[in-house]
Write a protein of this length. Structure first.
Length: 95
């Protein structure tokens, strides 16, 4: 008898679609990240400022944050500050 293949359940069946928040004031950066992540595998939300990112953390369960550090300002570093408060969320900095 051949061994049975284990098939992972699609994310849609599990109901646990990860939430990715893109924090960038630049529209081309947000568009690039949105196109890089398949819609069926992740929900992509956008935050243009650190205040919007903070609201997203208190409103939803955020799995990952993508920060735009290409043109870093003080607001960019304020957006990175929740990494200490929410250690379960992955923070990725991209240029």
């Amino acid at each position: 008898m051949a061994p049975q293949r284990r098939v992972a359940a699609p994310v849609e069946l599990i109901g646990a679609t990860p939430l990715v928040v893109v924090c960038s004031p630049r529209e081309p950066f947000r568009t690039a990240v949105r196109h890089a992540l398949p819609r069926r595998r992740a929900r992509v939300s956008h935050a243009k400022s650190a205040a919007e990112l903070e609201r997203a953390f208190h409103r939803d369960l955020v799995d990952m944050v993508v920060l735009d550090i290409g043109h870093a300002t003080d607001d960019t570093w304020r957006a990175a500050a929740p990494a200490a408060e929410f250690p379960s969320a992955a923070f990725v900095a991209m240029t």
